[in-house]
Design a protein around this ligand. Structure first.
Ligand SMILES: [Zn+2]
Length: 402
């Protein structure tokens, strides 16, 4: 039998359905009558979209081990669940809730997955080439990577003081100028080599960087960001998706640097299994996840732009737009103009339903003009549309208000 035909049964009992819907509805309208606006079948469909029935039941994954846009049967280009609820509320004359701070009509969460801290540092390149050599298929490829590793080892004996990427303050300054802040999801290398996957990142906290022209380590950089009021979250390593011990280990290693508890996470590569990852995250003390988005497209994986309760104790805030998905050749392959149009289209949709647009730009794309210009365009649009700037802590607060 074809593996994709092996159906696991998605269990949606009345209690589970009520739990996810009552909280989700309450964020959109203060009325107690929302349930009565839908048929029993519709209520199950809404809950199944939020709790990701379709990805639970499909065993097949893409070549990176992920469920992505090409597997959905829903119209992921629009917030299809939010639109249905908002339409019914409006038709029935019920009131919408002013959910976001300062009566703003919609919200945004700016996030950055910290995957890469340098592009030319020979110490990091040596580590990268050694990893590629150990994962290479075939002797020739292994030898090539080994020789690049040796070349960088030799380079590392000379002083190295400039890396094109050592200017991440540009992200901070752009956001600060607009009066915004953001969350950096920081990768933390697993402590055991066997837990490091070939897709994982290559830096360690002791690696060097520069921040505002001054020499520092990655750890110093993260601590400084936190001190400047930017939120630090965990970027869980590729193999941590079902392993709370590994996640906790990674979370604690960053908490030691910032001397604060981490509440938010996005998995590296969006490597997430709806049947297992939520429990692993809760057991590691994570309160907010923002992994449910697409690697190769933009849009609404769960049909919503609102935070919602994925399981008891874990708030899901779906990632809506990721940089690479707009531009990569295996993704939407847009140019700058098309990216601006798509961003505008999605902003219009989220603004109309009053949700939260969660945006992920990787700091290491700083020097690619189309990426940087699109981020600047997003900041400009969010400013002129007067949206509320959120982070995980502020989302938790809004979520738990009555
Ligand atoms: Zn990543």
């Amino acid at each position: 039998m074809d593996e994709s035909m092996t159906m696991k049964k998605f269990d949606l009992d009345e209690k589970k359905r009520h739990a996810v819907l009552s909280k989700y509805f309450s964020l959109i309208s203060p009325s107690n009558n929302i349930f009565s606006l839908f048929s029993d079948e519709e209520l199950s469909w809404i809950a199944s979209s939020l709790l990701r029935k379709e990805e639970f039941e499909l065993d097949h994954r893409d070549e990176w081990g992920n469920w992505d846009f090409n597997f959905t049967h829903e119209n992921y280009k629009v917030p299809y669940v939010d639109e249905l609820i908002v339409q019914r509320i409006s038709e029935s004359g019920l009131r919408k809730r002013n959910l976001w701070p300062n009566d703003k009509s919609f919200a945004f969460w700016l996030t950055h997955d910290l995957d890469v801290v340098s592009s030319e540092d020979p110490v990091v390149l040596n580590r990268l080439q050694n990893k590629l050599a150990s994962n290479a298929s075939g002797k020739n490829k292994r030898l090539i990577h080994k020789s690049f590793a040796t070349y960088n080892k030799l380079r590392s004996w000379k002083s190295f003081d400039e890396d094109p990427l050592w200017a991440y303050e540009r992200w901070i300054d752009l956001e600060k100028e607009a009066g915004f802040d953001s969350t950096f999801f920081v990768f933390s290398r697993p402590s055991l080599m066997k837990d490091l996957h070939q897709y994982d990142c290559d830096f360690i906290f002791e690696d060097r960087m520069k921040y505002r022209g001054k020499n520092c380590t990655v750890a110093d950089f993260i601590e400084q960001l936190s001190m400047e009021g930017f939120e630090i979250g965990l970027h869980g390593s590729y193999l941590s998706w079902d392993n709370s011990t590994m996640l906790l280990d990674q979370k604690v290693s960053i908490e030691k640097i910032i001397k604060k508890l981490i509440v938010a996470l996005r998995q590296h590569f969006l490597h997430f299994d709806i049947g297992k990852t939520p429990d692993a995250l809760i057991n590691a003390g994570i309160k907010v996840d923002s992994t449910l988005g697409f690697n190769r497209s933009v849009g609404f994986r769960a049909g919503t732009s609102f935070p919602y309760s994925l399981v008891d104790g874990l708030i899901e805030v779906p990632q809506i737009i990721m940089d690479g998905a707009l531009f990569n050749h295996n993704s939407l392959n847009y140019n700058e103009k098309l990216a601006f149009l798509e961003v505008e289209r999605i902003l219009d949709k989220v603004e109309k339903v009053g949700g939260c647009i969660t945006i992920n730009f990787h700091p290491n794309y700083l020097l690619i003009p189309s990426y940087w210009n699109t981020y600047k365009f997003i900041i400009k649009e969010l400013t002129s549309r007067n949206a509320a700037c959120m982070n995980a802590e502020r989302i938790i607060k809004v979520f738990n208000e009555d």
